[in-house]
Every structure is written in structure tokens, then in C-alpha cells.
Design a protein around this ligand. Structure first.
Ligand SMILES: *[C@@H]1O[C@H](CO)[C@@H](O)[C@H](O)[C@H]1NC(C)=O
Length: 187
């Protein structure tokens, strides 16, 4: 009964605009997302001309226990697109806080792990909750290789769009064909 009430409450509060928080799964270990992931689908703004292809996400463990979060991709003219953020442990094994390298962001951006087995697939979403406004939610379906089975792809896309509420108008497949992948620059 208590569990039922909790679920109803969780759904109700997300309808009121709080960011949806995934349940904690036994055995979850945020440290295991370390390494490279390939974006199979994701939220991308802008027209097709501005879209970046061959996107990867690297979580590189730092000595302080947090991660460098690096997104690499290829722009329309073939040049490299790089975004690097600091991914800070939260104490929860299925979320991580994103900030710029100098921790200067004036608002909190949390990246949540919606589903993963750490070895093959990962579904994440970030949510910015600004009181009085609607949430801004972006989602990603990632794989340890640059492909994913149709079945898993459909399952994780459904999870993000229909259960988490990732807006489907800016969410779609990422081109991972004929890619020359960028490596992390030597430190
Ligand atoms: C993390 O990124 C910073 C800034 O680019 C860099 O100085 C540092 O060496 C990186 N650490 C690791 C472990 O890659």
C-alpha cells in the first residue's frame, strides 16, 4: 500500500513539473558508465544543416572521483565538434550533476540514468527544472558500439519519450555511418 501511494505521488509530482527521477536499481554503480559511448539517438536542436553526426560521449574518471564528460562529433564541414563538461557524483548511483569545468553554471543540470547494463546500452536524460516554467528535458540512447539492435532501440526510445517525457520533436536518430571517430586529446 505504501508503495502504491509512493508511485501515485511520484507520477503526480512529475505532472506538476518536477523533473522525473528514475527509481534506484539494486547494484547500480555510476562508476561503471566510465569510457566511451556512441549516441544512437538523442535530442538535437537546430536544422539538419547544423546537426552534428558521429556523436560520442566519454566519461573519463578524474582523480577527485568525478568525471570529465566529453561529447565529440563531426560538423557538416567535416570539422570536429567538442563540448566538455564536468560530471560530478551526486551520492545517487543513477544520477550525476553536470557543470562547466569551473563549476560556474548558475542552475543545476542533472543527468539521470534511466536504464543501463553498463556493458552494452545506456539511456540517459538531463532535466533542468526552473520553477514556474516547464522542464527542459533532453534524452540520449547510447551504445558501447556504434550500432544497437532494433528491439533495444525501440525499447529505450519508448522509455525516454513515453515514460520520461523527452520531447519527441527534437529527439531522433543520430547518424553513425561512415564515421571517422575522434579520440580524446592527449592530456
Ligand atoms: C579533465 O579535463 C581537464 C580540462 O580539459 C583536463 O585538464 C584534465 O586533464 C582532464 N582529466 C582527465 C582525467 O582526463
Amino acid at each position: 500500500m505504501i508503495f502504491t501511494l509512493f508511485v501515485v505521488f511520484a507520477v503526480a509530482s512529475s505532472a506538476l513539473g518536477e523533473c522525473p527521477v528514475p527509481p534506484t536499481v539494486p547494484g547500480a554503480d555510476i562508476g561503471k558508465i566510465a569510457g566511451r559511448w556512441y549516441e544512437i539517438s538523442g535530442s538535437q536542436l537546430g536544422g539538419s544543416q547544423e546537426r552534428v553526426t558521429c556523436l560520442t560521449q566519454d566519461f573519463t574518471p578524474r582523480e577527485d572521483g568525478d568525471f570529465n564528460f566529453t561529447m565529440l562529433g563531426t560538423q557538416h564541414d567535416g570539422s570536429m565538434n567538442i563540448e566538455q563538461l564536468l560530471a560530478i557524483r551526486t551520492g545517487s548511483q543513477n544520477s550525476i550533476d553536470l557543470n562547466d569545468m569551473a563549476k560556474r553554471l548558475p542552475y543545476q543540470v542533472t543527468l539521470y540514468v534511466a536504464d543501463t547494463d553498463y556493458e552494452n546500452y545506456l539511456a540517459t536524460y538531463s532535466c533542468i527544472h526552473i520553477p514556474g516554467y516547464s522542464n527542459i528535458i533532453y534524452g540520449w540512447v547510447l551504445s558501447r558500439t556504434n550500432t544497437m539492435s532494433d528491439e533495444k532501440y525501440a525499447e529505450l526510445n519508448d522509455l525516454l519519450v513515453n515514460k520520461v517525457g523527452v520531447p519527441s520533436d527534437v529527439f531522433g536518430p543520430i547518424i553513425q555511418k561512415d564515421c571517422k571517430y575522434w579520440s580524446l586529446s592527449p592530456q
